[in-house]
Ligand binder design. Structure first.
Ligand SMILES: *Cc1c(COP(=O)(O)O)cnc(C)c1O
Ligand code: SF4
Length: 436
């Protein structure tokens, strides 16, 4: 790995980089934003036809790569390099398929105010920044990231904070963007202070790619700020083992030493990490560095990223190769963030084969088929949701009293619902009496 100092041969644009390399502000100021600079730094040349296609791509979706991240590219075989493929545009981004959407997750429709997406009752996505240290070519929010017109100003952020303050169901606030850690220490400290002062906010999450693309941003000062507030969980996005450099490991160690729980959300990307062996190596690198693999995302239907998509079957194959084959806590949950605001839906190989009243038949990762004998006696507790008659010793004072929703409602003893019917179901609408 030709990291630090040696970029390229210790110099960049005539400057001796060794002194500044680990200064995150220097890295941001010297981020590479043009195809010509990439050609110059990597010592590569695109032919005029490709060069002009690439320019069109960059005019639509901007290019931005930190010197650090660019330095990880293997110049001998850059076209197959996972770093290059995540950071450098491809003319394939200009292809628009008719099923692609600029807002595939309908985040805009679930927005009570500009910076907030409120899809789940108890948690919100709070977009506090729209810049990133590196613009991922596979970004699902491509249409917003890097767009100067949609940089949230202080007033908009205040609006978001006020919304969270007024909604007492919100116990978990997910700071995202863009990358929240691209904000200055002062602004971050202000937002975290405001959120921590809201009694019903129990945890704050930060989704950031900074440990991967700009590890030097994790300074002692920043860690000091993160420690001072309500419990903070950080989720990062390592997609390939090659990203786990010494600098990334030091950044991660600082966060972990500060007691911040770390998770990782990978995106399944064609020709980058769509391989069971790469994924296993990645999750092992993660847990070695005290990061818990949290999600493996199926690639969204965003515009301009279809060349990164794999079939869902590839993800299932990867899950099959991990589950049981490595430590349970090294296995992420594979999810498809369904279009139209369906949310994250877990997808998994099937382990439950069949069952009778007495036995359940399961198969394990080795293909061994096993039976589980159901208990002969089991006292069914009928829940009246009052907990008076129940012996489970739930302290009702602290219980979550929100009503059961969704499919779980069909299982609840105290709810009369027996069927969930999609809206506009023709068969039901044909009936004179639409009740069941
Ligand atoms: C992903 C996401 C969340 C958080 O989901 P978890 O499963 O709790 O990690 C919350 N809101 C929105 C809109 C999201 O996309
Ligand atoms: S860091 Fe996240 S928000 Fe930023 S470009 Fe990458 S995927 Fe998009």
């Amino acid at each position: 790995m030709n990291e630090a100092g040696s970029f390229p041969e210790g110099g960049y644009a005539g400057i001796d980089t060794r002194e500044y390399w680990k200064n995150w502000k220097w890295q941001v100021r010297h981020a590479i934003r043009s195809i010509d600079t990439v050609q110059q730094v990597l010592g590569i040349t695109f032919d005029p036809e490709e060069r002009s296609q690439l320019q069109k791509t960059v005019d639509k979706f901007p290019l931005c790569i930190t010197p650090y991240y660019l330095s990880l590219i293997d110049t001998e075989d850059y076209r197959n390099d996972p770093i290059f493929r995540q950071a450098f545009p491809s003319p394939a981004e200009l292809i628009v398929e008719n099923y692609e959407l600029s807002d595939p997750l309908s985040e805009d429709k679930d927005s009570p105010c500009e910076c907030i997406t409120h899809r789940y009752p108890d948690r919100v996505l709070f977009l506090i920044s729209n810049t990133c240290a590196m613009y991922c070519r596979h970004c699902t929010r491509k249409r917003k990231v890097g767009d100067l017109d949609s940089i949230p100003d202080r007033e908009k952020i205040q609006e978001g904070i006020a919304y969270i303050r007024e909604n007492s169901h919100i116990r978990d606030v997910l700071l995202s963007g863009g990358d929240p850690l691209m904000l200055s220490d002062e602004v971050l400290d202000w937002i975290l202070t405001e959120l921590s002062a809201i009694p019903h906010v129990e945890v704050i999450r930060i989704g950031t790619r900074v440990p991967v693309v700009l590890p030097f941003r994790i300074t002692d000062e920043l860690v000091g700020i993160l420690k001072r507030h309500k419990p903070i969980w950080i989720n990062t996005q390592f997609n390939h083992p090659k990203e786990m450099t010494n600098s990334a490991q030091s950044a991660i160690a600082k966060l972990a030493d500060a007691g911040i729980p770390l998770g990782n959300q990978s995106v399944l990307l064609a020709r980058i990490n769509d391989c069971p062996i790469i994924m296993k190596e990645l999750v092992h690198q993660l847990v070695k560095n005290r990061i818990r693999p949290y999600y493996l995302y199926q690639c969204d239907l965003s515009e301009g990223i279809s060349h990164f998509r794999t079939p869902i079957s590839k993800g299932i194959e990867i899950m099959e190769s991990l589950t049981g084959h490595t430590s349970g806590f090294a296995v992420p949950r594979y999810v498809d963030d369904a279009p139209g605001g369906g949310g994250k839906i877990p997808v998994s190989p099937n382990y439950l084969l069949t069952w009778s009243v007495n036995k359940v038949v399961l198969r394990n990762y080795e293909g061994i088929i096993c039976t589980y004998q159901e208990p002969a006696h089991y006292d069914r507790i009928l829940c009246d949701e009052n907990c008076d008659a129940c012996k489970l010793q739930l302290d009702i004072e602290h219980a979550d009293e929100s009503k059961v929703v969704g499919v779980a409602r069909l299982l609840a003893d105290y709810d009369e619902t027996t069927t969930l019917i999609p809206e506009n179901n023709e068969r039901i609408e044909r009936r004179d009496d639409e009740s069941l």
